[in-house]
Write a protein that binds this ligand. Structure first.
Ligand SMILES: Cc1cc2nc3c(=O)[nH]c(=O)nc-3n(C[C@H](O)[C@H](O)[C@H](O)COP(=O)(O)OP(=O)(O)OC[C@H]3O[C@@H](n4cnc5c(N)ncnc54)[C@H](O)[C@@H]3O)c2cc1C
Length: 301
């Protein structure tokens, strides 16, 4: 397992923002990960999990303790016809393409989601009318409170829109099993490609971002629509700006700080509140040192 000290996390997040982690660990097997969490718990060292870093705002002030990056846990295997298992660090776009090649349908929606299986389960990542909860049979989960590893069924994970019952400060998703339909690889590949093409047309290309910033307040009222109508596309704080392509995307123009991004999110929320009376809650998770004032932006109203 590779370990580095005082390592900048900016290169491990898609927003390209984040100060140093005291230690950064890259376990290569589930067993290494389980042992590492047990050791850190015994030593009372705070620990945090990072997958693709594609739904995260990491504090520019850094992260105390250990950050565990799962992206070396990449095994994918077919367990039986229609049942695919993937380790926590497997990238969703790669998994979607592998499933298509294997003639397994159901993961096409995930091809444009630049996260991992672990982060995808935690976030109940979804797109194109589907989500992880629609295809997940079970997840192998380490509970750091008691060191137990349990296979949890989808019903036990209690998925909701962009959330589930698992707490990334306590639970570690080690792997997941997906129930998929058997179909012609060419048909699945065409659908996967169409979903990927759609992304290129509708999302900002070339700027660091972390996908949709806010959750949709209601299924029939998207955050993107509210933000667009409220006229936030010209907002900017330092080097953090709202994308001109998609009002629910925040982009890092280069060297933005977590403080600038947080200030921008606060202003986006206030603008929508004033115009439509709707409260927006960020979809992103935070990691590291934030003031209580900054964290108010993340409170569900
Ligand atoms: C361009 C772009 C497009 C996007 N499009 C979509 C979309 O269409 N739909 C969608 O839902 N999301 C989308 N996202 C957001 C993001 O990709 C998803 O939320 C993804 O599932 C996050 O996975 P990750 O591995 O990057 O998680 P991270 O950002 O690394 O972490 C997210 C949270 O999960 C926790 N975590 C990570 N791994 C584990 C693990 N193994 N066990 C327990 N906790 C863990 C972290 O601690 C953190 O709290 C997009 C992001 C970008 C940048």
């Amino acid at each position: 397992m590779e370990i580095s000290q005082n390592t900048s996390l900016a290169r491990y997040t898609t927003l390209k923002i984040g100060g140093d982690a005291d230690q950064l660990y890259h376990p290569h097997t589930k067993e290494e990960l389980i042992e590492l969490v047990a050791t850190l718990e015994r030593e009372n060292t705070p620990w945090h999990l990072i997958g693709g870093g594609s739904n995260l705002l990491v504090s520019s002030a850094g992260v105390k303790g250990a950050v565990i990056r799962t992206t070396h846990l990449t095994n994918i295997r077919v367990l039986s016809p229609g049942l695919l298992e993937a380790e926590a660090g497997a990238r969703l776009p790669h998994l979607a393409k592998q499933a298509a090649k294997l003639g397994l349908s159901g993961l096409e929606f995930a091809v444009g989601i630049p996260g991992t299986v672990g982060g995808g389960v935690i976030m109940n990542a979804g797109a194109h009318g589907s989500s992880m909860s629609a295809i997940l049979q079970s997840a192998l989960v380490l509970d750091s409170l008691n060191g137990q590893v349990t296979e949890m069924g989808a019903d036990q994970i209690e998925f909701e829109y962009r959330r589930c019952i698992l707490d990334p400060k306590r639970h570690c998703v080690l792997s997941a099993k997906f129930v998929l339909d058997i179909a012609e690889p060419e048909v699945i590949e065409a659908k996967t490609q169409a979903n990927e093409d759609y992304r290129w047309k509708t999302q900002p290309i070339g700027f660091a971002n972390a996908g949709s910033t806010f959750k949709n307040p209601r299924p029939d009222r998207t955050a993107g629509y509210l933000l667009d109508q409220a006229g936030v596309k010209n907002l900017r704080h330092g080097n953090a700006a709202v994308s001109a392509i998609h009002a629910n995307f925040v982009i890092n123009l280069g060297g933005a700080t977590s403080q600038e991004v947080t200030d921008l999110l606060r202003e986006m929320q206030a603008t929508v509140k004033e115009k439509f009376g709707e409260d927006l809650t960020p979809e992103w998770k935070t990691m590291g040192e934030f003031t209580s004032e900054e964290l108010k932006v993340w409170e569900k109203k």
